[in-house]
Design a protein around this ligand. Sequence first.
Ligand code: NAP
Length: 461
Amino acid sequence: MNKNSSNMMALAPNTSEKRETVCIFGTGDFGRALGHKMIQSGYPVVYGSRRTQISNLIPKDAEVLGHTEAAQKAAIIIIAIQRQHYNFLTPLAEVLRGKVLVDISNNLKLNQYPESNAEHLAQLLPGSKVVKAFNTVSAWALQSGMLDASRQVFVCGDDLKAKQTVMNIVRALGLTPLDKGSLLAAQEIENYPLQLFPMWKFPIFLSLGLTAFFFFYCVALEIIYTYIYENNDFSFFIAITIPNRVCPVMALILLALVYLPGIFAAIIQLYRGTKYRRFPDWLDKWMLCRKQLGLIALAFASLHVVFTLVTPMRAFVSWRTSKRIISQALNNQTEPLDHTNAWLSDSYLALGILGFFLFVLLGITSLPSVSNNVNWREFRFVQSKLGYLSLILCTAHTLVYGGKWFLNPLAYKWYLPDIYILSLIIPCAVLVVKFLLVFPCVDKPLTQIRQGSERNPKYSE
Ligand code: NAP
């Protein structure tokens, strides 16, 4: 049965089946939101609170009692209270003995305490069975019906039966439990909601840095140089011309940077003659953010497509075209069709279109909903084989674009190369080394190393 169908079943709980009472300690934001959802799913809910009077914020049909009386009514108690108040639970140890305590708490900082909140709770109440769950779901998401939030709930705990009971409740609420193992995983689960795009930091900073560099490089060569030596004010290039130079350059470099760590990894493995030695930390981190680098590259490539499509609408382009036509008319001569140029321009566009098509395909297959539906071999085929093909096409697109300019001194203003020349360095290096790596005399030993063979005793210990 696939994930969606199990969700649909969970969304329509069988309320004719009697559900067991659940106790929630704490009538704060989260306690109320979770209680409301539980009542909707058919669970009788009793709150344990310091104040037992019913307010109109408490979900209808829920009971509010003192902590001891409420705990006596249920075998599962959800602790919707901040960790710093857990000490009030110690005197309740007897009444909580043998019961399942669900720790849903989060902290304000990563690794705020030496041990996780759930482990702390288990130490305070060793007679209870502590399970960590629900901390990645927000009160707001529960109230808004989880329409635009993640449905995944990480669950961990040392008692298998207690964990199973909590996972069943998660399912009954229309959410998807994900078993993360024993209570040792609680720290990681508690850190999860505090992370801010952890895999995106390096790709985003790298892209911002490179974009700023190429942008100012272009401003210097396209605007300042022209102003100084030709007395032409092309400052409006900042709006479309320069972004449309920077975007393809960024797309190509970032796409090459997706494949460069794989090349480094292969060279290191060949040099060491074993795959059993860890890669340097920087390479491990780089490998882990390849998907993010690829997605940012795709965003730059898409912007390049949009900027290119609006080119005919630009006042500067229509002025330049009409100037050329008028000058031909005034000189009473028409330029014959330059077939070489026509070929180059069509090939350049065709390579760009095909490269972008494959680029989009790579982006689509990296979406979890798609990658979950292909097997490992299919995923590798798309990401590796089609990925390299996309890199070849995009590099060829740039080479054909600038081909006739590489040796022209006019292309080197202030003796600096144009940015499309700079953009080719990493992709060409990646493709050349990859080409060498597929030669049987290199590929064979590399495949053997990846299958477990060890060739260099120095690195085998
Ligand atoms: P909250 O609105 O501040 O509510 C906490 C509740 O704890 C209070 O309403 C109170 O309930 C009880 N409480 C406060 N001081 C106490 C004390 N000294 N002794 C005993 N009970 C005390 O907080 P919350 O937003 O509901 O969050 C509760 C827990 O859920 C936190 O650990 C939080 O990290 C976690 N969480 C919250 C969210 C969210 O979106 N809010 C999401 C995931 C996890 P009574 O007045 O009824 O006693």
